[in-house]
Design a protein around this ligand. Structure first.
Ligand code: FAD
Length: 489
């Protein structure tokens, strides 16, 4: 403890109030633990302030504008004017409502809230420095700690987020005018979601990606309709290229991108020799870099507590979210994949329950993932090839949205529902949906896996008509060989 500090103690100290940390704190409060939550910036973390929620708000608004302006086929003739400042201010209102709600829920569950930045002093205490001059610091002793400090956008060489035309996702979600043109570096889910938003708002968008396809980590079968639609929206793709530098050419910026192998060598400090005619030159008003996120573990003085990370800085944990130090837990993005808000929240709940002595453990078998591109993607459990690699004989059913009455009435018929089951017992092992409302439809299939449901169970469940969810039932029927509205294979 530093002289002049105020010292307090708590059963459970949670560092970081994102969806992993605030959920852990609320759950600990519900379990009658004495809990203190320290947050340095804003309740709700990246997810509520600069990630999931603001991006989904802008996706909804840009969809609305685009749909209204492109609905002649439905007899609607409109030419919506985009006021990005107004759109961003509406989005900010949504964010404020949610972050205010988090603060109230924490208080209502007895969570002691402290604003400041926590650093470990040793394995049973942290120092919290309060922002602003003369605000001082305090020491907090804890019995258990839950680290939930999240992640930050990765910067690539020569593209500093401090330079005005270079944006990270957080900055892109707070622009006050729509750029005429935008280069997006990275075709992962964040890059693809934001590329789609700006294309729908009228920006001329070009995506540069090191790998040979968009949405790495997702089945190419799911990425295909998303790329097709993106191209129809006017987005240009350059796969196999890495952005290497940018410069101002007077009336805008020029982004240069090198073939991937060469760009990787340069990043590693390798050869600088550019093969001139292979260098891409892309002119734009701004460049958005969305190449992934790194854990916020380097600012915590973890060594003082003896907490270990892997070589990329992610804190290593077991199936109870426990670090190598028995009474210190790590949850959410800082503990690595899956770096998704709901995964972090589940980990937070498990950590709080384990601390309270409950027999909780993590199980990622039915962990969904959703991508809010156009069309959306929703996945849960195993893909067909993963199931086969695990030694299952699979029964697979598919239903295309083109055959769905409800999809036709929404004007969105790209994509399909695919269900992968164990051929012997019929248990559902996984599902992939690409199409309208895929992020919602995947929930039924997650529940099916969680409950150990079979293809028969899903097929026998009557689904209301006309709904997109009927496609889930039809895909299960298709796997059983008796779908009504598609040919059975
Ligand atoms: P964070 O949300 O990053 O919160 C960590 C908190 O810790 C922050 O508030 C930070 O200020 C605080 N903190 C850090 N260090 C300290 C310290 N020393 N002392 C005190 N406080 C500290 N996920 C989805 O599931 N669905 C989506 O649709 C989705 N969309 C996304 C879109 C974008 C543009 C981005 C960037 C991310 C998106 N994500 C999405 C990912 C999601 O935001 C993260 O997985 C989630 O926020 C991780 O939660 P967390 O609690 O681990 O960390």
């Amino acid at each position: 403890m530093v002289v002049g500090d105020i010292a307090t103690g708590t059963d459970v100290l949670v560092v970081g109030a994102g969806p992993a940390g605030y959920v852990a704190a609320i759950r600990a409060g519900q379990l009658d633990l004495d809990v203190t939550l320290v947050e340095k910036e804003a309740y709700g973390g990246t997810c509520l302030n600069h990630g999931c929620i603001p991006s989904k708000a802008l996706i909804t608004a840009s969809d609305l504008a685009h749909e209204a302006g492109n609905a002649e086929e439905m007899g609607i003739h409109a030419d919506p004017a985009i006021d990005l400042e107004g759109m961003v201010s509406w989005k900010d209102g949504v964010v404020d409502q949610l972050t205010g709600g988090v603060e109230k829920l924490c208080k209502a569950n007895g969570v002691n809230l402290i604003e400041g930045t926590a650093h470990f002093a040793d394995e049973n205490s942290v120092r919290v420095s309060h922002g602003g001059e003369g605000q001082g610091s305090e020491s907090i002793d804890f019995e258990h700690a839950i680290i939930a400090t999240g992640s930050r956008p990765i910067e690539i060489p020569n593209f500093s987020y401090g330079d005005e035309p270079v944006l990270n996702s957080r900055q892109a979600l707070a622009l006050d005018s729509v750029p005429d043109s935008l280069v997006v570096v990275g075709a992962g889910y964040i890059g693809m979601e934001l590329a789609t938003v700006f294309a729908k708002l009228g920006t001329d968008v070009t995506v540069v990606e090191m790998l040979e396809d968009a949405l790495p980590g997702f089945d190419p079968e799911l990425a295909r309709p998303v790329k097709k639609r993106a191209k129809a929206l006017g987005i240009d793709f350059h796969f196999g290229y890495g952005a290497s530098k940018w410069y101002d050419h007077g009336t805008g910026i020029r982004v240069e991108a090198e073939p991937a192998e060469q760009a990787a060598a340069e990043t590693d400090g390798g050869s600088q020799a550019a093969v001139e005619d292979e260098t891409l030159e892309l002119d734009a008003e701004k460049v958005l870099v969305a190449v992934g996120r790194a854990p916020v573990s380097d600012t915590l003085d973890l060594e003082a507590a003896g907490v270990e990370t892997d070589d990329r800085g992610f804190i290593t944990t077991d199936d109870r979210a426990r670090t190598n130090v028995d009474h210190i837990f790590a949850v959410g993005d800082v503990a690595g994949e899956p770096m998704l808000a709901h995964a972090g929240s589940k980990e937070g709940q498990v950590a709080a329950e384990v601390i309270a002595g409950e027999p909780s453990a993590l199980d990622y078998q039915a962990m969904p993932a959703a991508v809010f591109t156009d069309p959306e993607i929703g996945t849960v459990g195993m893909t067909e090839s993963e199931a086969e690699e695990m030694g299952f004989e699979t029964a697979v059913g598919k239903f295309p949205f083109q055959a769905s009455g409800r999809a036709l009435t929404t004007g969105h018929t790209d994509g399909f529902v695919k269900i992968v089951a164990d051929a012997d017992a019929g248990f559902i092992l996984g599902a992939q949906v690409v199409g309208p409302e895929a992020s919602e439809l995947i929930a039924e299939l997650g529940l099916a896996i969680e409950l150990g449901a079979t293809l028969e169970d899903v097929a026998a469940t009557v689904h209301a008509h006309p709904t997109l969810a009927e496609s889930v039932m039809e895909a299960a029927e298709n796997a059983l060989g008796h779908a009504i509205h598609t040919l059975n294979r």
